[in-house]
Write a protein that binds this ligand. Structure first.
Ligand code: SF4
Length: 351
């Protein structure tokens, strides 16, 4: 595809004018130093802007720079990220901070190829940091830009991703304007040329668009797949038994012991709640359980006062909060070694 120079100039002029006037006032834009761009880009991966804002402010207060982040323990880092999901992002951010402080004088590199060597930094994130934090002429394509390009140029569905990156590169203005240009593309895709509704009358590039008014995706998401998880609430002397999660998305977190559904049917259910993750709707059911068979297992007894400092998967924290609101844990639940029939042949899953 050839894109004429006049078209590129027109497009950039409109993007920059729109961005100057209507860009959202987001906290990471106010500071706009490399660390704040790094943190915000990691948080924004697969997460809505509105959900990120509160986390971002708390994070920057707790870890104001790479050096503060590098000094923190993984437990502190995960606790601060708790609830935002996709915890590999927090672990990678922590690894980046330690790596840069130990080997690069605590400074983020500015070149795309150096950024891409950092853990968890792919082509999009490298382009975002290079252009937004360092003003480099680096292209970027995220889901919003992809949709915008598809509509703007009336591209066929099967257009390869490499083509979209070529277009992003072709459209780049001089380095002075790259940060605003890239930010405007993403923001127009997110707030104007939305997946189900292309708000063409509000669009600053509508008279350049080849599919103006049409092609809003009508794809409807199918209903989520339902599944169930079972967890055990084991209390002794007013403390709760938690186990470390060794792998999977919750690696580094503490959580209630997990068991195969059906193994706990002879026990009392103390709490049930639902949560969504990707295309699943999960029912988390917490049973009270006896302890004896797990005393040698890996884990620790935790008092209620200790809970706020520990990283817990959000559904487990919600379950514990709910249980704590309904009952006084130490007295309302059975002491270990309760009567026959309450002990379970534990078979932990998904650690
Ligand atoms: S004119 Fe409409 S379809 Fe075209 S880019 Fe703007 S919002 Fe999207």
């Amino acid at each position: 595809m050839r894109i004429q120079r006049k078209f590129r100039q027109e497009l950039t002029t409109r993007l920059l004018a729109w961005y100057r006037e209507l860009a959202a006032d987001l906290p990471w834009r106010r500071e706009s130093n490399p660390y704040s761009v790094l943190v915000s880009e990691f948080m924004l991966q697969q997460t809505r802007v509105a959900a990120v804002v509160a986390y971002y402010d708390r994070w920057m207060e707790r870890f104001p720079d790479l050096s503060a982040l590098a000094k923190a323990s993984e437990e502190e880092v995960l606790r601060s990220w708790e609830g935002l999901g996709y915890y590999a992002r927090a672990r990678n951010l922590h690894r980046i901070a330690r790596l840069l402080v130990a080997e690069h004088g605590g400074r983020l590199p500015s070149r795309v190829e150096d950024l891409e060597r950092l853990p968890g930094v792919g082509r999009y994130t490298a382009g975002a940091i290079a252009s937004l934090a360092f003003g480099k002429r680096a292209p970027l394509v995220d889901g919003n830009v992809r949709r915008l390009f598809h509509r703007l140029f009336a591209l066929p569905e099967e257009t390869p991703t490499t083509r979209l990156w070529e277009i992003a590169k072709l459209l780049l203005p001089s380095s002075r304007h790259c940060a605003a240009h890239n930010s405007a593309l993403m923001e127009i895709g997110r707030t104007v040329c939305m997946p189900r509704k292309a708000d063409c009358p509000r669009c600053p590039v509508s008279d350049l668009c080849r599919s103006r008014g049409g092609r809003a995706s009508s794809t409807r998401k199918g209903s989520p797949t339902r599944c169930e998880e079972s967890a055990a609430l084991i209390v002794r002397d007013g403390r709760i038994w938690l186990e470390p999660s060794q792998n999977g998305r919750y690696r580094g977190f503490w959580r209630l012991p997990m068991f195969e559904s059906g193994r706990m049917s002879n026990l009392g259910e103390v709490c049930r709640l639902s949560y969504s993750i990707t295309r699943y709707r999960v029912d988390l059911v917490v049973f009270r359980a006896d302890w004896r068979e797990k005393e040698s297992g890996e884990g620790r007894w935790v008092s209620r006062e200790d809970l706020p400092a520990l990283p817990l998967p959000t559904p487990h924290r919600r379950a514990l909060d709910r249980i704590a609101r309904c009952a006084d844990l130490p007295s309302a639940l059975p002491s270990p070694g309760a009567g026959p029939g309450e002990a379970v042949a534990f078979s932990p899953i998904g650690k």
